[in-house]
Design a protein around this ligand. Structure first.
Ligand code: DGL
Length: 267
């Protein structure tokens, strides 16, 4: 039994798409979420910058006595996961291996699209990871960075959102995809727009679902589950606007009691 919280990080609101599944599947666990809005977006930053930001957040979470860290950001996973795993004295889980695993486990997965940030796409981590799992898959990577800002501004469900999705995903329209990995944690909030674009025949893969399974597995295996008679508490921190994080979390986690705090970290 271990009632210490689990730490979660992202560059912004996208990590809430992972957190909402964790809250549903692991209601007894307390969670600390850090949105690095002070450095948003990560997808246009260098690998060195992303590693520095992610490590500072990891160290903060360790100070907060978390029992493990979930990197709820594909870009930070691509650039910083090995460093975090080496430097931090706790288990650290990313979202890319779970996302790739979920895609290749789908019944139809010969042709897989991956939409992600500029940095994740340039890194090549998804094609690499997918081919390690199944070399026969044909992967179609596509950088769709402007969608990240759209979600961070909470403009999902608008005509503008659908227009931007239609425009940016146009290169994938003729690729006959079996599945599309939403390879940025902001993107599951645009699932309705993706579904409208592709119609019913393309599987939309949210890496968060498999990630949360791995988190559950990890805490269970280490005998670190929180006690079943407690309801987990949630603490939210933003290195940018705490009010922005509060609004996003209340809307997307359907909980009006949530409250974001401002966090100052070394630069
Ligand atoms: N949500 C993040 C990801 O999964 C980062 C987006 C960004 O800050 O560019 O990649």
């Amino acid at each position: 039994m271990d009632n210490r919280p689990i730490g979660i990080m992202d560059s912004g609101l996208g990590g809430l798409s992972v957190m909402r599944i964790m809250r549903r599947q692991m209601p007894h666990e307390s969670l600390i979420f850090v949105g690095d809005q002070g450095h948003f977006p990560y997808g246009t930053k260098s690998g060195d910058q992303i590693r520095r930001y992610a490590l500072n957040i990891g160290r903060f979470l360790v100070q907060q006595q978390v029992k493990m860290m979930v990197v709820a950001c594909n870009t930070a996973t691509a650039e910083a996961l090995p460093l975090l795993q080496k430097e931090l004295p706790i288990p650290v889980i990313g979202v890319v291996v779970p996302g790739a695993t979920a895609a290749v486990s789908a019944p139809r997965h010969r042709r897989v699209g991956v939409i992600a940030t500029n940095a994740t796409t340039a890194n090549g981590i998804y094609p690499r990871t997918i081919h390690q799992l199944d070399p026969a898959v044909k992967v179609f990577p596509l950088a769709t960075q402007p969608l990240v800002t759209l979600v961070e501004k909470r403009q999902t469900g608008t005509k503008r959102a659908q227009r931007l999705v239609d425009q940016l995903l146009a290169p994938l329209a003729q690729d006959n995809l079996d599945a599309l990995i939403m390879g940025c944690t902001h993107f599951p909030f645009l699932k309705a727009e993706f579904r409208h674009f592709f119609g019913p025949n393309v599987l939309l893969v949210d890496p968060a679902v498999e990630t949360v399974k791995q988190v559950q597995c990890c805490v269970r295996q280490d005998k670190r589950l929180a006690s079943a008679d407690q309801r987990g508490r949630v603490r939210l921190y933003s290195t940018g606007s705490a009010a922005h994080l509060t609004r996003g979390a209340r809307a997307w986690l359907h909980d009006t009691s949530l409250f974001g705090h401002h966090l100052v970290l070394p630069d």
